[in-house]
Design a protein around this ligand. Structure first.
Ligand SMILES: Nc1ncnc2c1ncn2[C@@H]1O[C@H](COP(=O)(O)OP(=O)(O)OP(=O)(O)O)[C@@H](O)[C@H]1O
Ligand SMILES: [Mg+2]
Length: 254
């Protein structure tokens, strides 16, 4: 098991009174699995990713990452993070953006970097754009650079927080396909937050449905669509059945 979350509650202090973001949330993610998290805005999805990444600590309950506390996984650089906005450094070209975690992460001459930045740019479909600056790249291309940057230290776990939320639907479909290809090539465990029911069903083997704040898992939908997923699956009755089930679970959540 790569991620084990048990009875986690998270309360943030705020001037208007404490905000209970998560309440007794439990979930597991297996090694190499791609799971999606879906739920109403403000229900604590990003907070859960930040707990797994050891950016914040739970008020109560436990989070385990690869058999130990999240702090161990963070120090061992076992986690990559991709956000909704690529957050690239504008004055660095694509290759230099991807290399950044290696420079700040202490990978020097003595420690061989897990991946060559140029190879990762190729993996995300950006061969030939090594020297392009962010302003010369489309939104989808910038997000690919961000994914390559998150993967360059070879993390076994990738946390993705609405990574394609800012993209148009056609680019997003394309990025979904690319992500599945990258996932198959790297066997990385992926926790993927989305607001799109179709995206969750298409990508994930399991979808966790969150209640409104304080968030907890109120439904777990297993997506037993054939693998590898191909776009034509979206036109099948099975796909529609899964999206309908997820929509029902979300309606109960609201
Ligand atoms: N650092 C913080 N300090 C205070 N409150 C916070 C902090 N981080 C999150 N919260 C609160 O916790 C709740 C959950 O926030 P979170 O960002 O996890 O929600 P979310 O499910 O990711 O929402 P969205 O789908 O809109 O991204 C919100 O009410 C938010 O205001
Ligand atoms: Mg969020």
């Amino acid at each position: 098991m790569d991620i084990v979350v048990r009875d986690v509650s998270m309360v943030f202090p705020a001037s208007a009174g404490p905000v209970r973001a998560l309440g007794n949330l439990s979930l597991d993610v297996q090694s190499g699995e791609l799971v999606a998290l879906i739920g109403p805005s403000g229900c604590g999805k990003s907070t859960l990713l930040r707990l797994i990444a050891d950016v914040v600590q739970p008020t109560s309950g436990t989070v385990e990452v690869r058999g130990g506390p999240p702090a161990r996984a963070r120090v061992a650089r076992e986690l990559g993070f991709v956000f909704q906005h690529p957050g690239l450094l504008l004055w660095r070209d694509a290759l230099a953006n991807v290399s950044l975690p290696l420079e700040v992460g202490g990978w020097g001459r003595r420690h061989q970097a897990p991946h060559q930045p140029a190879e990762l740019l190729e993996l995300v479909g950006l061969k030939g754009f090594e020297r392009a600056f962010p302003r010369q790249l489309s939104g989808g291309m910038q997000q690919r650079v961000a994914i390559a940057r998150a993967l360059v230290t070879g993390p076994p776990i990738l946390l993705m927080d609405e990574p394609f939320g800012a993209l148009d639907e056609i680019t997003r479909d394309h990025m979904n396909q690319e992500l599945l290809r990258i996932w198959a090539a790297t066997r990385t465990t992926i926790v993927f937050v989305t607001h799109s029911i179709a995206e969750a069903v298409y990508l994930a083997s399991r979808v966790f449905v969150f209640s409104p704040r304080p968030g907890r898992v109120i439904g777990e939908v297993a997506i037993d669509l054939p693998s590898p997923r191909v776009p034509a699956v979206k036109d099948t009755p099975e796909f529609v059945r899964h999206t309908a089930a997820l929509r029902r679970a979300l309606a109960q959540a609201a």
